[in-house]
Write a protein that binds this ligand. Structure first.
Ligand code: HMG
Length: 476
């Protein structure tokens, strides 16, 4: 076990993530063919767009799509079941199973309660009767809040050797033919939070930034989200910068991180995971943070020599908002092409973005999907990261961002190699546009089929009563 320094003291109780299990629906819609990016897809033709826009403009090639028997409850239950089974966790040792979601299935009954019922079908009636559970909601960021609550519970000494499970799950849905449509997706990610974790232990420094924003919301009457796309991108950048600044302030004043002259706080972080509505957004978010933390350092002078001064600083000659925005966007592109940015990006971020490229957005599950993919890929590459500090940035529209840091533990690579994340993405099957549109609109599938793919050893939704009550079972 690694001892973790914090504020000149060693934390008495290391708390963090011991293992991660992901569940991705086994269907996907192809937006762009990665081997032949120029080749039109059924989707790009129907939307009169270019596959290159999806692949290179936003960075998504495929979107995971749930089948007829899947809702947020079954996606969550499948991820949690795998996590509990793989780790031989006894139900009586699970103090809480909390769910972060913005696509819950009921206005009153939480996904956590339906999941409880499903798990008891496998582990026996009453097996989890002493396990608590609740649903957290704040767009995509609620995962960070759910996790923080479990960390606080364990740091406060209330876990008494028990574990907590946090699961983030969502089905990201925008209207057909809308600009948001290519940024959909679905999935669940469950993680085991405990003392002396094998994977990573959190620093007790968490940054927050929040304000009331109208970038994205989903009214009670709608199954699809309303979004001001371009505005939402600005809100993401602003909130993420605010949260990281708040984290940095605490990390500095507590003595968690001490920078030497010429260094940036970000230099002290290795691998990083972000909320990934689409990979280009997270890449831009990282570039925005580097610009923020590198300004004023000697290395920034080299950047200025290569690509010029930032547009805001240039000032003169730029008067209209759209001119400023165009200048800023052009500058960002130039910065993202510099070798300094590229080497940081490839080293710290890029591996985690594969999940969103292959699966799309999964709202609250997105950042931990990114973390799981990042650590699994680094472990398979044989990266030597034990004892290394990393960071996570969560964003939720509406809006709030959270920034946290953690330290990889000695067994991190053994654990990360067994996530099976990349394998699950490979095992999916491609669906037609007609099937996708029917699933999206809740219409009957072509040819009267009941589902697209037969369920395989997983929880399924079997019916919803006229009063809206849901019944689930495990399909062997
Ligand atoms: P759009 O209008 O389709 O995009 O909306 P565009 O026309 O501006 O194109 C996008 C990019 O593709 C541009 O690059 C184009 O140049 C490029 P940029 O200027 O941005 O760098 N492009 C091409 N590149 C290569 N070859 C081509 C080509 N054509 C164009 N042929 C938008 C895009 C993302 C806004 C839209 O899909 C959307 O509204 N998505 C949903 C909102 C969203 O994801 N926002 C992200 C931040 S908010 C967030 O993360 C929270 C969220 O997850 C919800 C929650 O918290 O619960 C959404």
């Amino acid at each position: 076990m690694l001892r973790q320094k914090h504020g000149g003291l060693y934390l008495k109780t290391l708390v963090g993530i011991d293992d991660i299990a992901v569940y991705v629906p086994r269907l996907y819609l192809e937006l762009a063919n990665e081997e032949h990016p120029e080749k039109p897809t059924e989707f790009s033709q129907a939307r009169q767009s270019e596959p290159a826009k999806y692949l290179h403009g936003i960075g998504i090639a495929k979107m995971s799509i749930p089948d007829t028997y899947q809702d947020s409850s079954v996606l969550a239950a499948n991820a949690i079941f795998e996590l509990i089974e793989r780790n031989y966790v006894s139900p009586s040792n699970v103090a809480r199973i909390d769910i972060a979601t913005e696509t819950g299935v009921d206005e009153s009954k939480p996904v956590a309660a339906y999941v409880h019922g499903m798990l008891e079908q496998k582990f026996g009636k009453g097996a989890f009767k002493k396990t608590s559970g609740v649903e957290y909601k704040f767009a995509c960021v609620s995962t960070a809040d759910a996790l923080e609550s479990s960390l606080d519970w364990a740091w406060a000494g209330r876990s008494n050797g028990k574990v907590s499970v946090v699961c983030a799950v969502d089905i990201a849905k925008y209207p057909l033919n809308s600009p948001g449509e290519p940024t959909q997706g679905a999935g669940a990610v469950a993680f085991l939070v405990k003392e002396n974790p094998r994977l990573l232990a959190f620093d007790s420094v968490i940054g927050t930034y929040m304000e009331d924003e109208d970038d994205f919301w989903r009214p009670l009457f709608s199954t699809t989200a309303v979004v001001h796309g371009k505005h939402s991108e600005k809100c993401y950048l602003k909130a993420m910068e605010g949260a990281v600044d708040n984290w940095a302030e605490q990390a500095t004043t507590s003595g968690l991180i001490k920078t030497r002259p010429g260094e940036s706080l970000i230099d002290h972080l290795g691998p990083m995971s972000f909320h990934v509505p689409y990979p280009k957004m997270a890449e831009k978010g990282f570039a925005y943070l580097l610009r923020h933390f590198w300004r004023g350092l000697p290395r920034w002078n080299e950047i200025v020599k290569q690509i010029g001064t930032e547009p805001k600083a240039a000032g003169a000659g730029i008067k209209k908002i759209d001119e400023i925005e165009k200048a800023e966007s052009d500058y960002m592109k130039r910065f993202m092409e510099t070798s300094k940015f590229q080497s940081e990006y490839k080293d710290k971020i890029a591996d985690g973005l594969t999940h969103a490229r292959e699966s799309g957005n999964a709202y609250s599950a997105s950042e931990k999907m990114c973390l799981s993919m990042l650590l699994e890929t680094k472990a398979k590459k044989g990266a030597d990261l034990a004892g290394k500090r990393g960071g996570s940035g969560n964003y939720g529209s509406g809006s709030k961002a959270k920034a946290s840091s953690w330290v990889l533990q000695e067994e991190w690579n053994t654990v990360a190699k067994t996530f099976g994340h990349a394998e699950k993405l490979k095992r999916r099957r491609q669906i037609t546009l007609a099937d996708y549109e029917a699933l999206h609109e809740g219409r009957s599938l072509p040819d009267g089929r009941k589902f697209v793919a037969e369920p395989e050893n997983e929880f399924v939704l079997i019916d919803v009563t006229p009063q809206g009550y849901r019944h689930y079972k495990f399909a062997d």
